[in-house]
Design a protein around this ligand. Structure first.
Ligand code: MF3
Ligand code: CO
Length: 255
């Protein structure tokens, strides 16, 4: 069942999105060589709670942290650790979600640590572009698969792999609601998009193959071929007309 949010509900999701945006900006500022992913997680939890919100990942199906911190060939769901010290040349994906006043926001970004190769810079840039190409399709009257088709078309045109085993999702009172939002596929399939639908769109794009494997910790997902992977996610709201509002990127205007 896909829940359509009314104007008052969208206001509250907008507030959650704004808060998560501000927190993600603060996290970016502390990510540097020598930092541990556990320290970034602790800071994220502190910022979320200080704002009167609740970390949505913590204790979700037993997940032990407030962020996912995924380095290099880790795709998503990396568990923060005091043993994981960030090194120059790596890339780090930070995924974070919070609940404010009963409403969820979910967002992720990938950034380079210290100095990274032009190849990795390009992977990060194209992954962000994949999000915007996909999200641009989240227009009332289009269908769910139009989003993933746009993501896949751009990613594969650049020689990258699109992770298929994990998808974006509806979001609202719960972190994961219907519909599922794949990052690949034929256009014109799936549920028709309507104003008031709220979605987390989250391309995961690899330098190599799209295939992934789960680690023994029961959470961390890595690329099967060891290639580096980037992740970029925002919570969006479908509008009556035109491209969506990006709730976790307040003030964003479409070119
Ligand atoms: N943002 C992710 C998602 O959309 C991560 C949630 S997994 C968790 O599914 F367990 F860490 F919460
Ligand atoms: Co998500």
């Amino acid at each position: 069942m896909i829940f359509i949010k009314n104007a008052a509900q969208l206001d509250r999701m907008r507030a959650a999105g704004q808060l998560l945006y501000e927190i993600m900006q603060k996290l970016r500022e502390v990510i540097r060589p020598g930092e541990t992913t556990a320290a970034i997680d602790a800071y994220a939890e502190e910022l979320i709670r200080r704002a009167g919100a609740v970390p949505s990942f913590l204790d979700y199906r037993g997940y032990p942290a407030s962020i996912c911190a995924s380095v290099d060939d880790e795709v998503v769901h990396g568990i923060p650790s005091v043993r994981q010290v960030l090194r120059s040349g790596s890339i780090l994906s930070v995924d974070c979600g919070l609940v404010l006043d009963g409403w969820q926001a979910d967002s992720a970004f990938t950034m380079g640590i210290g100095i990274i190769s032009p190849e990795l810079e390009r992977l990060i840039r194209v992954t962000e572009q994949c999000f915007f190409e996909g999200a641009r399709q989240a227009v009332s009257g289009n269908r769910i698969s139009d989003i993933g088709h746009a993501v896949q078309t751009l990613a594969e045109s650049q020689g990258y792999g699109v992770v298929r085993d994990l998808t974006g999702h509806g979001i609202g009172r719960n972190m994961h609601e219907d519909p599922s939002v794949p990052n690949f596929g034929e256009p014109g399939r799936g549920a028709r998009l309507r104003a008031g639908m709220t979605l987390a769109i989250e391309p995961m794009i690899s330098l190599g193959s799209w295939q992934v494997k789960e680690m023994d910790d029961g959470w961390t997902i890595k690329t099967l071929d060891g290639s580096s992977c980037a992740h970029y996610e925002h919570t969006i709201a479908v509008r009556e007309d035109g491209p969506p509002e990006v709730l976790t990127l307040p003030g964003y205007t479409w070119a």
